[in-house]
Design a protein around this ligand. Structure first.
Ligand code: RP5
Length: 177
């Protein structure tokens, strides 16, 4: 079926190549980390709230149409009983990158175990809990796309070099003393 996403946001030119989905709008402060990385690397993406529990039909439509709509990978973040990444992976052949959101009750350990412990057969690449995981999922999505996109590979290499260059050899206090 045709898919139109009101919440779609694209960075750079062209159709979204990465989908960023989350189980609740309360997950956005975490998943924003992935979006910021994709913005920095000029990778077009879309964002959408898709709950495995509360909006199962939306999840079905999203996952089933993702590849036909031009997405190459999906970053899926959720917290608690975090079924979103696994259920998404069950309905698309695209690589799914799971981000465990830091939950209030168990600090994200529940999210991590829900996402990482997929039974053999349907893989979800699982990242660290919280914003670090979201940012790394963004970088990983870019690395996947960079395999067949020379311009993106160059931008990613430059991003990593800037990060390396920004690491001081000594802590501020030590050099001041
Ligand atoms: C999960 O439940 C969401 O991914 C979110 O992390 C968690 C709490 O959701 P809200 O109650 O904030 O909507 O499905």
């Amino acid at each position: 079926m045709a898919w139109t996403s009101k919440a779609a946001k694209t960075a750079g030119a062209g159709l979204a190549r990465v989908g960023i989905i989350m189980g609740s709008k309360s997950d956005w402060p975490t998943l924003r980390g992935a979006a910021e990385i994709l913005d920095a690397l000029q990778v077009p993406y879309e964002t959408k709230v898709v709950s495995a529990h509360r909006t199962p039909e939306r999840l079905y439509d999203y996952a089933r149409s993702a590849a036909d709509r031009g997405l190459k990978t999906i970053i899926a973040g959720a917290g608690g009983a975090a079924h979103l990444p696994g259920m998404t992976a069950s309905m698309t052949a695209l690589p799914v990158l799971g981000v465990p959101v830091q939950s209030r009750a168990l600090n994200g350990l529940d999210s991590l175990l829900s996402i990482v412990q997929m039974p053999a057969g349907i893989p979800v690449a699982t990242f660290a809990i919280g914003e670090a995981g979201a940012r790394n999922a963004g970088l990983f999505a870019a690395a996947l796309l960079a395999i067949s996109d020379e311009g993106l590979a160059t931008r990613l290499a430059a991003w990593r070099q800037r990060q390396t260059d920004a690491v001081a050899e000594a802590p501020e206090d030590a050099s001041a003393g």
